[in-house]
Design a binder for this molecule. Structure first.
Ligand code: NDP
Ligand SMILES: O=C(O)C1=N[C@H](C(=O)O)C[C@H](O)C1
Length: 270
């Protein structure tokens, strides 16, 4: 069975990479619709040309409702407000969704949970296999090292990124906090300045770098007296995210309504 995909944010950094990843995929997926914001100068452009692949006959549209019957699964890497509007429409029309957008508030996440009670949604802060393997390594490291270490998370991204810390850094913090029996909302420290006082062992610190064209680097430091362990992932191409999202699209379309993530797609949950 062919899985028909619609991409929102088609002209964005991830949108263009997704168009290429779908063209290269071997899991029966096909690009059927590509959307940009109303008013974008790219509406009407050929999606294949946008991605530098040559014409593929899919013209960029600006109205999700108008193409709703042309796809089975929406792949959305945009901004939180746009994602929420898009999933509301998908929930009404029984369309599966892959969400890559990051930076949702707690209230916005509740809206995603609600939509997932009606349609299958796969949401991940990071669709690369490497990062998802790191989540497992972090869980193991935190459980072994326990309360004997200070945990700090450092992330670096390109200068255009609009949310901080990255969704991946927050997810990594969540994995470590969960393994140590802590509540991330209570123990997270986002940046330090001035007379901070000595470090509290229970905290999990976050530091953010925004510079140039860095695709996405994450390091979690577990530091004790006399030694430290660092678990690092460095993405050098957005294709690592796009490949995972396209795999997730082929997977989620066959699922019952519910909220899934990349651990489910890779079969490494638990
Ligand atoms: N989960 C993962 O593995 C990954 C997640 N991401 C996340 O994906 C998201 C997008 O990243 P990236 O591609 O770099 O960002 P870009 O800014 O390059 O692309 C965002 C796209 O969304 C469109 N957009 C912005 N606002 C709206 C709106 N109000 N309505 C409709 N469309 C809109 C933009 O259109 P326009 O150009 O006209 O503004 C653009 O096409 C971010 O949240 C990022 O953190 C990124 C990489 C991997
Ligand atoms: O905005 C990005 O570029 C990325 N965003 C995601 C995040 O916030 O974690 C994933 C990846 O690191 C790239």
């Amino acid at each position: 069975m062919t899985v028909r995909i619609c991409i929102t944010g088609a002209a964005g950094r991830m949108g263009r990479t997704l168009i290429e990843a779908i063209a290269l995929a071997d899991n029966g997926v096909q690009l059927r619709a590509a959307l940009e914001q109303p008013g974008s100068s790219l509406v009407g452009a050929d999606a294949g040309e946008l991605a530098g692949l040559g014409r593929n006959g899919v013209l960029v549209a600006d109205n999700l409702a108008a193409v709703i019957d042309e796809f089975d699964v929406l792949v959305d890497f945009t901004v939180p407000t746009a994602t929420l509007a898009n999933i509301a429409l998908c929930a009404e029309h029984g369309k599966a969704v892959v969400i890559g957008t990051t930076g949702f508030t707690v209230e916005q996440q509740q809206q995603i949970d609600l939509a997932a009670s009606r349609v299958p949604i796969c949401k991940a802060s990071n669709f690369s296999s490497g990062v998802n393997l790191c989540f497992k390594l972090l869980d193991m490291a935190a459980r072994v090292l326990g309360d004997e270490v200070d945990v700090e998370i450092v992330e670096a991204h390109h200068r255009h990124k609009i949310d901080a810390p990255s969704g991946t850094a927050l997810a990594m913090g969540g994995v470590v906090a969960n393994a140590l029996g802590r509540d991330l909302a209570e123990v997270a420290v986002y940046g330090r300045e001035g007379q901070t006082g000595a470090r509290d062992r229970d905290t999990i610190g976050f530091a953010t770098i925004r510079a140039g064209d860095i695709v996405g680097d994450h390091t979690v430091v577990f530091a004790a007296e006399g030694e430290r362990i660092e678990i690092t992932h460095k993405a050098s191409s957005r294709m690592s995210f796009a490949r995972g999202a396209v795999r997730a699209a082929g997977w989620v379309v066959r699922r019952e309504p519910g909220l899934y993530d990349m651990q489910d797609v890779l079969g490494i949950r638990g």
